[in-house]
Design a protein around this ligand. Structure first.
Ligand code: FAD
Length: 276
């Protein structure tokens, strides 16, 4: 299929069947399905998943291996609750992948993930590994239970494919504290040449401040309410007109330097701005 036709195809809503569900806990699940277009996603891109009778929501593509695609969901509301409890065989609607993903730059990358933001960087991690680059991952969660990929990351860390630093706020796994604190300590060693971040905006802003005075490139994946996903409705506007759905969700440090909202203001589903 030509790239142009494929691009048009990703706008189209397709029906998918849930082929497998991995439930990590009551609040986290990975949902597996088949889709040729999503399978070729760039790390950091997202899909719009439609739950019939409920809502359509953006989710990062967290898995694309062995012929299956996957999204990893944290239950925070109605749509994500339905998805966390979806059954094998159920049908969902899918559009995408959308947006600008991460560009793999650097030979010594530091990847910092917070909470379910890890879903947005999982494919990035594996892309670096395939490039024979050993990324360093700092993965911060509130508790050990929220570190849903701990077993997987520990295994690949034992094989020396990644350097892995789990961090928890309650100290139940790895270092006690915040992912940005551990990232700060690691960055003071000057052993990294590029930084990636995905997670809560407060964490991303801390990370941005850590790298802003350094000669280090960085990319950050932002979250806003996304509705159309194709740059039409304006729901996800940040700063002076950038749209998270199509100009992002991944933005470089140099772009974010000029975005007044970043780290300070977000928008509710109604579009109303609020302080983060
Ligand atoms: C590009 C992108 C990628 C995402 N990837 C993932 C992912 O891989 N896994 C995952 O679990 N979630 C992801 N999200 C967030 C996910 O889309 C929301 O959690 C989901 O839409 C909530 O729907 P709901 O009906 O369950 O909750 P709602 O009832 O709509 O909201 C529950 C709470 O979450 C807040 N919220 C909901 N949506 C957003 C949003 N887009 N930005 C900020 N706050 C929000 C609400 O303000 C409210 O406090 C992503 C969001 C974006 C924009």
């Amino acid at each position: 299929m030509s790239p142009e036709i494929q691009k048009l195809d990703n706008f189209r809503m397709r029906a998918i069947t849930v082929l497998d569900v991995k439930r990590y806990s009551e609040r986290f699940s990975t949902i597996y399905f088949r889709d040729k277009i999503v399978y070729k996603s760039v790390p950091g891109q997202y899909v719009m998943l439609w739950i019939p009778g409920c809502d359509e929501i953006p989710l990062s593509v967290s898995h694309a291996e062995d012929g299956l695609c996957g999204v990893t969901v944290k239950n925070v509301g109605e749509a994500t609750s339905k998805l966390c409890n979806v059954c094998v065989g159920e049908k969902l609607g899918l559009r995408g992948p959308f947006g600008k993903g991460f560009k793999c730059i650097g030979k010594r990358p530091l990847i910092v993930a917070g909470g379910v933001g890890v879903a947005g960087v999982r494919l990035l991690l594996y892309k670096f590994i395939r490039m024979s680059i050993t990324p360093t991952l700092v993965f911060g969660t509130r508790t050990s239970e929220e570190n849903i990929f701990h077993e997987e990351f520990s295994k690949i860390s034992l094989k020396r494919l990644i350097n892995y630093y789990p961090v928890t706020e309650d100290g139940s796994l790895g270092e006690r504290g915040l992912a940005s604190d551990v990232a700060g300590k690691l960055l003071s060693s000057n052993r990294f040449d590029y930084v990636y971040g995905c997670g809560a905006e407060k964490m991303l802003y801390e990370l941005f401040n850590l790298v802003s005075g350094k000669r280090l490139g960085a990319q950050f994946s932002l979250e806003r309410y996304i509705k159309c996903a194709v740059g039409v409705c304006g729901q996800c506007v940040i700063g002076d007109g950038l749209l998270v759905c199509k100009d992002g969700p991944v933005f470089t440090k140099s772009v974010l330097k000029n975005v007044k909202d970043f780290g300070k203001f977000s928008r509710k589903a109604s579009g109303r701005r609020f302080q983060i």
